[in-house]
Design a protein around this ligand. Sequence first.
Ligand SMILES: [Zn+2]
Length: 262
Amino acid sequence: MWWSYQDVEEQKARLQREIEKRKKRGDKFQVLEAPAGQKKLCTTFWGQAWCRNLESYQVYESRLPRGRSYLRQGKVFNLEIEPGKLSAVVAGSELYDTSVSIQPLPKKQWKQIVESSAGQVGSMLDLLAGKLGDDLMKVLTDPVNGLFPKPKEIRFNCSCPDYADMCKHVSAVLYGVGVLLDTKPELLFTLRGVDQAELLSDASSAAITDLSADAGELAGADLSAIFGIDLATEIPIEEPALVEAKPAKKKAAKKAAKKKRK
Ligand SMILES: [Zn+2]
């Protein structure tokens, strides 16, 4: 089917009216801004690695370019990344609700990644900025055992009439993730259901060992803030002997218990 310039303009206007109508109804409509034309779609390690992973699968090959151009034209709205799920509204001939489920990273695979990263991640900032050694990058981007999802872990859903396999709306959403990861790389870990703080395992596991040995010496609250781990459970707050013998620890335990309740 050939579309004239007029048809395209009419369709655009119709969609715009529909968006305005939904906005008035109170719906959110936030466009995912993506570089237009020939500019690089993603510019950071995480965004580019996400797109490279998508493009490495032959099953997606034919559908990806249309989705990419949809995204560049600003047709993806309200992209949300949650554990195991992506969702967005994509403007095609109409507005379509698109969602993609992505299985969480298998525990065993994540454990391997954490072990391979031991001592190699300088800080959370380095991790999120992709300032990582070549060996670790290979581990994280490994097509079989890395962080990125494989086709068999990905399921699509779209309200368009054309979603037999992967429609262009789904493909636009998948590319949209790459664009979002450029500014919020931590969302990759959210999506895969893992905690990126565990990649700083050297520092955090050493701290936990110290804490178990002497609960009073370390302020649990501070470590929780630094490593994003709930350390309060490590502190024996209910043990009277400990509290009586060393009153200083009672204070620390109370502080931790208070923190936990928050
Ligand atoms: Zn679709």
